[in-house]
Design a protein around this ligand. Structure first.
Ligand code: HEC
Length: 130
């Protein structure tokens, strides 16, 4: 019985601390950005040079649209890209967190590419090939 109480306490402790972490500012601290300014910054800092104006490109297929990263993950990656020889790291001296929030907000507004079935020309080609 004592062991059971110990176990229940241990589980409660783990769940309790997990809830604490969930409430840590990690998820909510980032301020929402201004997409209009973000578009200008996306051009100014030449993100488009590698990721394309539509943000649907990347040298290694690293599309920024649709943007599925969290804002924190996005900022962390831009500060410290996995392949710095292919994407330059942008420090906070170069682009501030607020500016990155703007770029993130802009990327979030971009429409996703249509599905292949919704592109008439692709459908036409497919029919001709069959
Ligand atoms: C010189 C080319 C180049 C420029 C300029 C560039 N990137 Fe990248 N980017 C890459 C490459 C290559 C990768 C993939 C390598 C990696 O994951 O580190 C990447 C990956 C990313 C990713 C991760 C995408 C994913 O899902 O893996 C984000 C986010 C990103 N770039 C944002 C930006 C932003 C914002 C800018 C402008 C401030 C920018 N990049 C400018 C080349 C570039």
């Amino acid at each position: 019985m004592n062991r059971l109480i110990q176990l229940v306490c241990a589980v409660a402790l783990v769940l309790g601390s997990a809830a604490l972490f969930a409430q840590a500012p990690v998820g909510n601290s980032a301020a929402a950005g201004d997409p209009k300014n973000g578009k200008e910054l996306f051009l100014k800092y030449t993100c488009y040079g590698c990721h394309g104006f539509s943000a649907q490109n990347g040298p290694a297929g690293n599309r920024l649209n649709p943007m599925k990263m969290t804002q924190q993950g996005f900022v962390a990656l831009v500060r410290n890209p996995g392949a710095p020889n292919r994407m330059p790291p942008y420090s906070a001296k170069v682009i501030s967190d607020a500016q990155l929030a703007d770029i993130y907000a802009y990327l979030k507004t971009l429409p996703d590419a249509p599905a292949a079935k919704d592109i008439p020309l692709l459908q036409q080609i497919e029919k001709e090939v069959k």
